[in-house]
Design a protein around this ligand. Structure first.
Ligand code: HEC
Ligand code: HEC
Length: 464
């Protein structure tokens, strides 16, 4: 009986036996456009110097789609580019579940929340404007990072099938190749590499013709159009259940629960308590209805689905895809990034105060933490453990400020934990009321950590 409730694990079990097929977690074989995107994602030849860097070099599925370098995560945080000595300036966020973020758009979310939501990147500047079918959308929207891909960029025969892949994640995929602190390769070279790659047939299958890397016509060379179609393929795979597998302990225990309700039969008492604190639910485990308020921001479902106030939706995303300042301290260990420079949404939209960043999903936060591997959390990676970040949310406004007269300037996490202090937020006016002084006990903090650990996907796509 229980076995029938887990068809996914049966499909996964068959993967090892059929290595030539490309399977995704829930949907069986990937279709050609998804498989094309997957091959591009892992292709390290698509960089200069060649064989140096693919998307997976900074978004490794075995580590929850982030930088797979424990030593860098523990210290300088930012990823090296393909070019020697090139360095990023912000932490690579996970790319999984990013495709659920709606195109960047205005909204009204209350007095302290900037009136914008959606997009990809920490500041939402991969806007995905071209996904608004029929609506007006400038080729390069103001403040956006790159061009946007529109329906008219797709061959007419596939517009109906692939239009759904346009949006922030497709626009995002235009950026890493030409970026000199990432893959450092021109659009035309990417096109030519794919033309001779061992997976080149997937392009033909997906788009119904061979890839065209011609420099003509001059005003809109064929290689540029082809490059956009590769970005759409990357978006297609990143929207597939191979990447967004919803295969965590939480997802499986929820699907297997007779009532599909918390407390889950498949959860420990501690994990169920963590859930109740996260959502502020009064229960036998949480009789006083203590609220950690995490759900105020880490809560969201795919567009068009009903809101999920109690965290019982199968496709809970654990992000509102909005922008908040939670008071992250300045990280002095990132080379070349001075205090006050990384302003988040403000870099994209001038009318908002500096310091708000797009809410991270909590899926896969602890995936791949085996063998002492260190991850960095929040946009500048100041936090090196989930436990310390939860302690920060609980006590940001309670513990003393780390002061220079204690001999530390811009304390690191390690220094702050040693002195039992928190540095001032890098940007003023962080969110108050919902976080900063939660009054949680040590056991309640630990329960929230235990709950977030259940959000790590069990499915891990492997290199094609
Ligand atoms: C050198 C490291 C590096 C490489 C290579 C890289 N990325 Fe990223 N990626 C980043 C960083 C850093 C960010 C955040 C940048 C920002 O927000 O300003 C990011 C952001 C993203 C996001 C946005 C996630 C979100 O929720 O906003 C997606 C999606 C993504 N990358 C996909 C890709 C794809 C696809 C490729 C290959 C074409 C790729 N990345 C290559 C470092 C990298
Ligand atoms: C006011 C909105 C808000 C509330 C409330 C909130 N968060 Fe966050 N959270 C964010 C934002 C925004 C970020 C990204 C901040 C940044 O990088 O500067 C974030 C980042 C995180 C991260 C880092 C994820 C990563 O991959 O780097 C974790 C973990 C996290 N929050 C857990 C929690 C928990 C647990 C709670 C409840 C105790 C909570 N958050 C409450 C908005 C919020």
């Amino acid at each position: 009986m229980a076995r029938n409730l887990h068809p996914k694990s049966l499909i996964l079990a068959s993967v090892a036996a059929t290595p030539l097929m490309i399977w995704s977690a829930g949907a069986g074989a990937l279709d050609s456009i998804e498989a094309l995107g997957k091959n591009i994602f892992f292709d390290e030849k698509l960089s200069i110097p060649a064989n140096k860097q693919g998307c997976a070099s900074c978004h490794d599925p075995t580590r929850g789609w982030i930088l797979p370098d424990s030593r860098i995560n523990a210290t300088t945080v930012v990823a090296p580019g393909a070019k020697p000595h090139a360095l990023g300036s912000i932490k690579p966020p996970p790319n999984a579940y990013a495709s659920f973020s709606p195109p960047f758009r205005p909204g009204n979310f209350g007095p302290f929340v900037p009136p914008w939501e959606g997009g990809n990147f920490w500041d939402g500047r991969a806007e995905g404007c071209g996904a608004r079918l029929g609506a007006s959308c400038p080729t390069t929207p103001e403040g956006a990072v790159s061009e946007t891909i529109r329906l008219s960029d797709l061959p007419s025969g596939v517009q109906a099938a692939y239009g759904k892949y346009l949006g922030p994640t497709a626009d995002q995929a235009l950026n890493p190749f030409p970026n000199d602190v990432e893959q450092n390769i021109r659009e035309k070279n990417v096109c030519q590499q794919v033309k001779t790659a061992k997976y080149k047939d997937l392009y033909r299958q997906a788009y119904g013709g061979n890839i065209d890397c011609s420099p003509n016509p001059k005003n809109n060379p064929a290689y540029r159009t082809s490059f956009k179609l590769l970005a759409v393929a990357l978006a297609a795979w990143q929207a597939s259940s191979d990447v967004n597998s919803f295969s965590s302990k939480r997802d499986k225990a929820l699907a297997a629960d007779p009532e599909r309700k918390f407390p889950l039969v498949g959860f420990s008492v501690q994990e169920n308590l963590g859930h109740d604190l996260f959502y502020g639910i009064t229960s036998t485990l949480n009789p006083t209805g203590k609220r950690a308020n995490c759900n105020v921001c880490h809560n969201g479902v795919p567009q068009g689905q009903p809101a999920d106030p109690t965290g019982e939706a199968a496709k809970q995303l654990y992000t509102d895809n909005r922008f908040h300042n939670i008071g992250v301290p300045f990280n002095r260990e990132i080379p070349g990034v001075a205090k006050g420079i990384k302003v988040g949404l403000r870099a994209h939209v001038e009318s908002v105060p500096p310091g708000s960043f797009r809410t991270s999903t909590l899926r896969n936060v602890t995936k791949g933490l085996n063998g002492g591997f260190v991850k960095a959390y929040t946009h500048n990676g100041w936090f090196k453990s989930l436990a310390s970040l939860v302690h920060f949310y609980n006590t940001r406004d309670v513990l003393p400020r780390c002061k220079e007269d204690l001999g530390i300037t811009d304390a690191t996490e390690k220094e702050a934990l040693q002195k039992n202090c928190w540095p001032a937020p890098e940007f003023d006016n962080p969110a108050v009321g919902v976080v900063g002084d939660l009054g949680l006990t040590d056991a309640q903090e630990a329960a929230i950590v235990a709950y977030i650990k259940t959000l790590a996907d069990e499915h891990t796509p492997s290199k094609p």
